[in-house]
Design a protein around this ligand. Structure first.
Ligand code: CU
Length: 416
């Protein structure tokens, strides 16, 4: 009891009792890419891509107490600092990688340099819109897999880039020179570390070690040449326990200059975990007792379905920013593990499996040909990671949530 109390107290200090009965305060829906179907409510492009703070500081509706006096106001968001809109390149598809539930990020060219913009911001992410009011989701869920349910909407107050959590995938080609302009709209300093990339030391983004941190309101320009190929990450390089814990990261994909073969569906999935206590939208950063497990900041049934046609070659790229491993499993297929955060695995060293373990701080690429039509489950095989808050109702048939989605392979002859 004492521990529980002190946690609550810590959270109050951290960011204010969120006062959110989940679902009462929905700030709007996130921008979502179209083209791949979603099991959950399809997010409409054009709607506000962000769910920035909606001023829920202070009030604890349950107890009626006002904790604002003990809150550092800027713990999550500095209300006096306006948040800029996503850069104009946000939502522009310039490559082939599809990041489920996260709009793509395009670039501008400055000579031969590809210029990307990342604005570090508070982001209120809907893990799930809830299904109680979404008959169509219930119907789809029954048609597809049965048992997937999450009745309550769930939001989390996190940090991300360009209004997204995780941040958008940076997609390039081997040999590219890229410039990433980071603008810090967080209430505290930050930096960006390029995870797995062999960048010059001055570009490593270890805030306070290799560079001065970027203060709130400031910009920092990273520029380097990408000589590697594969799946990498970017994430905060300062105050990581908090900033990574709030989701401040994204993926980097570097294609080979001359690919040996074609990939028809190239999908990126970031694995993250959060500890959200009932009635609070701020993750508890002091525990490893995570209870919300996300693919790209979404839980089942809101994670988009991976769709392919029979015969297509699929590559799935997983990156783990969480603190424990996630053994990702697919039904109906044996894939080959073809890449890590060290780049492509030589052909004679690739290994087959239907489960790939993705330890913290690593990436794993798998490839397979979609020869087997049907609707197949794709999920973490730690079964507590396929439940939301471990379980909504721990009785009877427990609904799937968390890191759980589907691979739908349509028969080849079918044209649609
Ligand atoms: Cu897992």
């Amino acid at each position: 009891m004492a521990e529980w109390f002190s946690r609550r107290r810590f959270l109050a200090v951290l960011g204010g009792m969120a006062a959110s009965v989940p679902g009462l305060a929905r700030a709007g829906s996130e921008k979502g890419p179209s083209g791949h179907g979603s099991m959950g409510k399809m997010e409409k492009p054009g709607e506000s891509g962000r769910e920035h703070g909606s001023g829920e500081h202070g009030r604890d509706k349950h107890g009626g107490m006002d904790h604002s006096a003990m809150e550092p106001r800027h713990a999550w968001r500095d209300e006096s600092r306006p948040l800029s809109d996503p850069p104009p390149t946000m939502g522009r598809q310039m490559g082939r990688v599809y990041t489920l539930n996260v709009p793509p990020l395009g670039y501008e060219l400055d000579g031969r340099v590809k210029v990307f913009r990342l604005v570090a911001q508070p982001v209120r992410r809907m893990f799930s819109e809830g299904i109680d009011r979404q008959t169509e989701v219930v119907e789809e869920m029954n048609r597809f897999s049965g048992g997937m349910s999450h009745s309550m909407p769930r939001a989390a107050k996190l940090w991300g880039y360009n209004g997204q959590m995780p941040g958008p995938t940076i997609e390039c080609v081997q040999g590219d020179r890229i410039r990433v302009i980071l603008k810090n709209e967080l209430p505290e300093p930050t930096s960006i570390h390029w995870h797995g990339l062999e960048v010059p030391n001055s570009m490593d983004g270890a805030g306070g070690t290799t560079e001065p941190v970027t203060m709130p309101g400031q910009e920092r320009v990273y520029e380097f040449t990408l000589n590697q190929v594969g799946t990498y990450m970017y994430h905060t390089g300062f105050n990581m326990m908090k900033q990574d814990g709030l989701g401040l990261g994204g993926m980097v994909v570097i294609h080979p200059k001359r690919p040996e073969y074609r990939i028809d569906r190239d999908v990126a999935i970031m694995l993250q975990a959060f500890a959200l206590e009932p009635g609070n939208e701020f993750p508890n950063l002091t525990t490893m007792d995570f209870d919300w497990f996300t693919f790209n900041g979404k839980v089942a049934p809101d994670i988009e379905v991976v769709r392919a046609r029979q015969g297509e070659r699929i590559r799935l790229r997983f990156a783990n920013l969480a603190m424990s491993s996630h053994p990702i499993h697919v039904h109906g297929y044996v894939w080959k593990v073809v890449g890590t955060e060290g780049g492509p695995i030589p052909k004679n060293a690739q290994w087959p499996g239907s489960t790939v373990n993705v330890p913290p701080g690593t990436t794993r690429d798998v490839e397979f040909v979609a020869h087997n039509p049907g609707v197949w489950r794709l999920h973490c095989h730690k079964l507590h990671h396929t439940m939301n808050a471990h379980a909504d109702i721990p009785l009877g048939v427990m609904g799937h949530g968390g890191m759980f989605t589907l691979l739908e392979v349509r028969p080849g002859q079918e044209e649609s």
